[in-house]
Design a binder for this molecule. Sequence first.
Ligand SMILES: Cc1ncc(C[n+]2csc(CCOP(=O)(O)OP(=O)(O)O)c2C)c(N)n1
Length: 951
Amino acid sequence: MTDLSQLPQAPREPASRVADADPLETREWLEALDDIVQNEGRERATFLLKRLLDHARQRRVPLPSVVNTPYRNTISLEGQPQFPGNAELEARLIALVRWNALAMVARANREHPELGGHIATYASIADLFEVGFNHFFRAGEGNGQPNDHGGGGGDLVYFQPHAATGVYARAFLEGRLTEKQLANYRQETAGQGLPSYPHPWLMPEFWQFACASMGLGPINAIYQARFMRYLENRDILQTAGRKVWAFVGDGEMDEPEALAGLAFAAREKLDNLIFVVNCNLQRLDGPVRGNGSVIQELEGLFAGAGWNVIKLLWGSDWDPLFARDHDGVLLERLHETVDGEFQKYAATDGRFNREHFFNKYPELQALVAHLSDEDIDRLRRGGHDPVKIHAAYHAAANHKGQPTVILAQTKKGYGMGHWGQGKMTAHSAKKLVDEALIAFRDRFSLPLSDADVCALRFYKPDDTSAEIKYLHARRKALGGYLPARPVAAPRLPVPALANFSKTLQGSGGREQSTTMVFVNLLSQLLKDPGIGKRIVPIVADEARTFGMQSLFRQVAIYSAVGQLYEPEDRDELLYYKEARDGQILEEGITEAGAISSWLAAATAYSAHGTPMLPFYIFYSIFGFQRVGDLIWAAADMRSRGFLLGATAGRTTLSGEGLQHQDGSSHLIASTIPTCRAYDPCFGYELAVILQDGMRRMLDAQEDVFYYVTVMNENYVHPALPGEPSPPPLSHANAQERGDSSRDASPTRQHVIEGILRGMYRLREAGGAPLKGVLKRKRREGKGGRRETGVQLLGSGTILREVIAAAEMLEQDWNIAADVWSVTSFTELRRDGMAAERRTRRHPEAAPQTSYVEQCLAETRGPIIAASDYVSAVADLIRPYVPRRYVTLGTDGFGRSDTRAALRDFFEVSAMHVVVAALSALADEGSVSRSVVSDAMKQYGITPGGAPAWER
Ligand SMILES: Cc1ncc(C[n+]2csc(CCOP(=O)(O)OP(=O)(O)O)c2C)c(N)n1
């Protein structure tokens, strides 16, 4: 057995036993302070201490850290409010929830050991959840139930994901989940099952937030709380009185995202936010801080960031011990005990605890002399005592001006006896032997027979029982049941496509980037009477990069305190304006924070019953690659909104080099089922995509979100084919009203459909060149066979290389080339997969053809595709391309150079498209191989050299 006295000292507060050179003098100082507190009050004492500290600093006296407090409860016994609940009934209810949660996991794993699950996490957090359910978590309109609490809407609770079992078990007692659902825990595919973790995609009417990926819950909760303030300050929704509760693991607090928003939350004075850190001192493999103290460390971090910290460490039965701890020996012993030891004490019995913890000092031994070993065994940690939990929650809920964190000390696997409690392997325990189950039954006085226990029967008392009546009464008093997620939100009127006619008519010979087109569209949308107010522009310190500074003045940057300074550029027309009702969320350099804001806005339709339309624009490389997991979580949570990957593509952000050049975001985007990803080249394509996206998300209420890449390359944008030229002045009013009678042209409709489905023919072979689209000198034709043809596919800015390639093929080599604008390889693939599956599953019916095949079947020649992304993006549609298919992409590391040089380097420039087309034609014998060599010579392309992905 470990000799605990040999273990290293914990880095807690210096022990009170540090040698005191002059105890009499010390006592005088302390008594003087007591006098002040008693006669002049605490505020005066604080003032004096502050002056004393300032003075000491001036005299260069080394000061102790002030962010840590002693290892005991922050709330004193005197400061503790009366517990308002029926302690006995609540204890019975908690025991039932504990049992059903445990039985769910154990039952699933008895039948199918591969299913997995967790018992120990919920066992540690059960009391923390239950006190919330019985006394604090308010439900309301935002959670699908009417609310009579005045604040409007309910609280938002981020449950610790691995404790989801307890939330299911409670919902079972509430009659909101059936026994069959519990029995199908982690067995979802046949229906009526329950997902492993909180998941709005899989349980859309139940779970509000997906947070199984550690660290995302805490950061999301912070930005959610701030978003509620934003809604309030912009006069969109009353959120006063509502709280955001985030239940977080102590191990989880090591995730960078969990810590990322702490200072921000304090700066924003989010007193609507409460973190409860379940400090069971263990994570999956072992202790969180075996050789130290996670609670003291977290206290320092949170307090340093500006939070109100409440330590909830010891249960009520410790109060008399602390009261008699006059010489501080108990506190000293707690301070010198490291978390690894506390874990050991959790895993052992009262006798062991007495021997190794209390008997270390004679004074301490005497302090517990009146307690039996069983009494010592029953000494509870703060997070297991509803009275103390209630006191902490009460203080947190009423605290003003700061967010609060409650550091609740618990035991992992609480109540699982020596089969689980405090065990190193507790996290993964999912089966218990009968003896352990019976011990659990006895420990929590469950009204179950041995046979019921061994059969892992779920238990729900009769609806007329005192417990169930109490449970419903408590929830009724708090406004309804939680968690609950409303599935429908009010529809918003989306402007018709005709409203964007200015964009649809092209740039009129002016060179523009798609980013500029986007900013113009956004600026227009912000003025829209129907949805303008609902738009949430979000940036992470790149607004100027994207030419959005005009919006600073137009709609202002949100700031809870307005603008406390005169901005340096106040004399300028477009000055840096901050306002309490500002619309732009300027998040600074935190992509994780910005996407969390986006997520809060993108789910406001369900969390608040208030649809919002966020547009988060960012360097595309810092999207899916940097915060991909948060985007995945946003999809889980049925987000609706736009992500704009700007300066997108590997070659458009030429000079910035490797770590800014994105060649993969579209590939990652294609893996997210609800993400509609588009890579448009022309302004009209962008307008069509945005308008249809708004229609689908705000009007049709589809749970999809959009990823649209926009570039910083300037070029001329043609008009939407079939779009009439600008109407005479007298028609302008009709246009502004969104009159869609002008949408009738069949070509126009055909192109719009193609843009949305993923591709359309932009130019037929031999067709007129797209004037001004690419400035390239015409060459003399070499004379070839015009009946030979190819199909060229291009997306994003590389479409312009493809257009140029088509012209070169025709003029230089006499090869006919059709040009297809591919706006979305992802959408094309989805359509292809669906067609293939339909055919497979309906063997008797006529085979379905994919849209790609429909487009290309009647054409001739090999098919060449090029994009500014890795070739795997264009390869997404390979199974549906009916003939020889060659894909060109920007595989490899990026680097700094001019766009033209980069496109040659990655072999996606017009010349490389021409050579690829000729080579494919040579393969099928349509041209001779010497033509390919001639072309290479003509364009200066050498055969040697390593490919870009090896350089
Ligand atoms: C990002 C991420 N990494 C790893 C995991 C796997 N995981 C699930 S629970 C867990 C341990 C959690 O420990 P802690 O946060 O202390 O919670 P406890 O279960 O101890 O209450 C780990 C590593 C995960 N879910 N998410």
